[in-house]
Design a protein around this ligand. Structure first.
Ligand code: IMP
Length: 421
């Protein structure tokens, strides 16, 4: 049995959490493969809204097992808080959860380094979520990091102290004031909590599950345009958010990958800094933000909004080998007389239909096609037949340009507001 991958095709916040939750009943295992508490996956069902940061989005289903893979970075304090939040709901969540021993730990000093680095960048800051993601992945590739498996070792505290000593030297270079000691008590309490969870050698676990014909869904975080290699560098996150990241973040071989579900919004959003060619700094952008409640699930920051960008979407489809598209938040476009779609860019005086190396505002000008909008509220639409004709045309237009079928259209945040095509 293959591993299917679900990931974002834009700058994150596409609605992956909702779709994992919708798809979970078809899978035995849901596995997060990268990122960490910078993510905020929102799930809504039975009138309840819930935001998950590190825990896979299959946690609310009775049957599925949830694995936090080796490619993920875990902040024990945030993880414990997330688990505490789950106590409000019925179910034994710890029984359905496993953490890879090879996942890396976010230390309080990583968070401090993230803040110090951002402060030093001034107006060139990345707009990081300040969760310590970048410094933790730097320690991973620098071969200094601490991993979940290390918490079982007798000299864990010593390893921690050695790494923190290095961090303190770095923080001093930034001339950044912080009080690390006060954060350590809570962090070590959370480490004790992690020890009570199921820690696994997740790669052999996944391999055995595949041999037993178990169905696995790899859940991505952030989006393709935030990928460390293929995103709008340096305004990106620090992990591979793309399909290849599912292979390295779970220890799954490329020939084990089945379907790749690409999630995108019917328009575009971005939080944090960095280029965004179709951004709307006008009333239309404000209207999209208001209608789509576009405020960060992790940081609460207002999201930047703009029209759909087809060259960027096609790039993301190619990078990931997307086999099915899932279009989210179609309901937010209700009420716009005209919907614009960027089909090409004017780049250094020429028309191009691919994503150039640099897409800063002064280099790239989007070229739009206009499509008719629809005025109907579509949040209660249950089938393709009930969709307004203009919405059907919009979807077919996207399929024609990308060559990939749009299999799911989401018309609201609830599980039930999902139309399968
Ligand atoms: P970091 O991952 O916290 O280092 O942030 C790097 C960039 O990625 C910033 O622009 C963040 O706003 C963005 N980012 C990180 N995680 C998410 C996410 O889950 N959704 C959307 N943007 C994100």
């Amino acid at each position: 049995m293959a591993v299917d991958i679900l990931l974002g095709l834009q700058w994150g916040d596409e609605g992956k959490g909702k779709i994992v939750d919708v798809l979970t009943r078809q899978y035995d295992i849901i596995a997060r493969f990268q990122g960490g508490p910078n993510a905020g996956h929102t799930l809504e069902f039975d009138g309840i809204k819930h935001v998950l940061h590190t825990i896979p989005s299959g946690i609310f289903h009775d049957e599925a097992l949830n694995i936090v893979g080796n490619g993920v970075v875990i902040d024990p304090v945030i993880f414990k808080r997330e688990m505490d939040e789950l106590k409000k709901f019925e179910g034994n969540f710890t029984e359905k959860l496993m953490l890879s021993r090879k996942a890396h730990l976010i230390l309080p000093s990583h968070r401090m380094l993230d803040a110090a680095s951002e402060a030093a960048k001034g107006n060139k800051k990345i707009g990081s979520t300040l969760k310590g993601i970048g410094p933790t992945y730097m320690d991973k590739t620098g071969r200094n990091g601490l991993r979940i498996g290390d918490i079982e070792l007798p000299d864990f505290k010593e390893r921690y102290n050695n790494l923190v000593a290095k961090h303190k030297e770095l923080i001093a270079l930034y001339d950044y004031e912080c009080d690390l000691d006060s954060m350590e008590k809570e962090w070590f309490e959370a480490i004790d909590f992690l020890k009570t969870l199921t820690l696994v050698d997740s790669e052999p676990y996944v391999h055995n599950a595949l041999r037993q014909n178990k169905k696995i869904l790899a859940e991505g975080a952030q989006g393709t345009l935030l990928d460390i290699d293929f995103g709008t560098y340096p305004f990106v996150t620090s992990s591979n958010t793309t399909a290849a990241g599912a292979c390295t973040g779970l220890g799954v071989a490329p020939n084990q990958i089945g379907e790749v579900f690409g999630i995108f919004k019917a328009y575009c959003t971005r939080v944090g800094s960095g280029p965004f060619p179709t951004e709307l700094n006008d009333k239309t952008g404000e209207d999209l933000r208001a209608a789509g409640h576009e405020f960060g699930a992790t940081t609460g920051r207002p999201r930047r909004c703009g029209w759909l960008d087809l060259p960027a979407l096609k790039y993301a489809i190619d990078i990931n080998g997307v086999t099915q598209l899932f279009m989210m938040k179609a309901d937010v476009l209700s009420g716009f007389d005209t919907i614009k779609v960027c089909t090409k860019y004017k780049y250094r005086g020429e028309e191009v239909d691919h994503l150039p190396y640099k897409i800063e505002d002064h280099l790239v000008e989007p070229i739009y096609e206009e499509l008719p909008g629809w005025s109907e509220d579509i949040t209660k639409v249950k089938s393709v037949d009930e969709m307004p004709a203009s919405l059907r045309s919009y979807i077919e237009y996207i399929e024609k340009h990308t060559g990939v079928p749009v299999k799911v259209v989401s018309v609201g945040p609830d599980r039930t507001q999902t139309i399968h095509r």
